[in-house]
Design a protein around this ligand. Structure first.
Ligand code: ACO
Length: 334
């Protein structure tokens, strides 16, 4: 599909060290392990503490992906960080990662915000930039710490999220084989109202008295659910059909880990067995942009995804954004 094909070289991931279980949450919320488990499939999540933030775990995930491919910062000429919870607005997470991994001066680095679809958006952008012939090797880092921005008194949203980061190195393919077989990304701003996090700052005190900034996640879970159960399967089907494949041609489904019921509905629509569908929502909750990358990386490490193989990654998130990508996983990638 691209003029210059791309190769997926390596994957990385990182999560904060502290684990919060559903039972832990009952100490601060009127909730129960039974409610959270049956409605979402989540049993625990990793939560930032101390100095941990989306930049620190993003750097860890980036180093993990570089180390696995025996690469250094100087080997990267493009960094795209997908985050909705940047530690700084500037310097961008991409620029700060470029400093941490010591890229050459001039290496392009920037952030994108596509919420939980961030990694798939980043893959589309990186693929296009590499295919233009101008860039050789990209480091993609998807990192979010939603725990710092949820309202911990709102039981219908805070229980869903965990913090995490994932990374991927992609480069110009030398053998003419494209590892991004098909990709489909979408957005619908009209649906944006269902998940919001305003960063409204405060007006100049000369024109108005100080007003408190509002930086908390607000979510209408039921509306998100309704929207996603139709758009997500449609995106997956489009992606598969547009490249002339059938669902049975693809070895694995790596869905965004937002809700096990949404994953089950997708699995049924594709008629996939449990072995083909990767879930780790029980351990991590919804890690936003990092989710599909963590699921893929961990599944390969655990041998649940064997290589060589193909997989379809799909995600949805605030915006609303959603998308799918069919990838080739070469032998030995991890
Ligand atoms: N513990 C106990 N009870 C709860 C909790 C909780 N943690 N949360 C809500 N409830 C209660 C509600 O108050 C409600 O009680 P009521 O009937 O007395 O009013 C009842 O449970 C049912 O609430 P619903 O919202 O109808 O529950 P639902 O079955 O729809 O599940 C959920 C809620 C899990 C949020 C679901 O709607 C969902 O997963 N939606 C998708 C969310 C999502 O994927 N978001 C992605 C965001 S990604 C991003 O980009 C940030």
């Amino acid at each position: 599909m691209s003029s210059i094909p791309v190769r997926i070289v390596s994957l990385g991931k990182a999560v904060p060290k502290t684990v919060i279980t559903n039972d832990d949450l009952t100490k601060i919320l009127d909730t129960s392990d039974e409610w959270i488990t049956t409605r979402t499939g989540i049993k625990q999540r990793h939560i930032s503490s101390g100095d941990e933030n989306s930049l620190t775990i993003g750097i860890q995930a980036a180093r993990d992906a570089l180390n696995k491919a025996d690469l250094k910062g100087e080997d990267i000429d493009l960094i795209i960080a997908a985050t909705s919870n940047p530690y700084n607005i500037y310097p961008s997470t991409g620029c700060a990662i470029s400093e941490a991994i010591e890229t050459k001066t001039g290496t392009v680095a920037f952030d994108i915000t596509a919420a939980c679809t961030g990694m798939i958006y980043a893959m589309e952008i990186a693929r296009s930039m590499i295919s233009s012939g101008k860039y050789n090797r990209a480091l993609l880092v998807a990192t979010d710490t939603v725990s710092k921005f949820v309202n911990w008194e709102d039981r219908s949203s805070c229980v869903l999220f965990g913090d995490g980061a994932s990374a991927m190195v992609i480069e110009k393919s030398q053998d003419g084989i494209d590892d991004i077989i098909a990709i489909d990304i979408n957005a619908d701003g009209k649906q944006g109202k269902h998940i919001t996090m305003h960063l409204n700052g405060t007006n100049c005190p000369l024109v108005e008295p100080a007003t408190p900034a509002n930086e908390r996640v607000l979510m209408n879970g039921r509306e998100v659910y309704k929207f996603v159960v139709t758009t997500m399967p449609d995106s997956v089907n489009n992606c598969i059909e547009n490249c002339g494949l059938k669902p049975e041609d693809i070895d694995y489904l790596i869905p965004h880990q937002a809700n096990l019921r949404i994953i089950d509905a997708l699995q049924q629509r594709l008629n996939y067995t449990d072995e083909k569908v990767i879930t780790n929502i029980d351990k991590y909750g919804n890690t936003s942009a990092a989710s599909v990358g963590i699921a893929l990386s961990e599944a390969i490490e655990q041998g649940k995804v064997k290589t060589p193989s193909t997989a379809i990654l799909c995600a949805f998130g605030a915006g609303m954004t959603w998308g799918s990508v069919i990838v080739r996983l070469r032998e030995g990638i991890y």
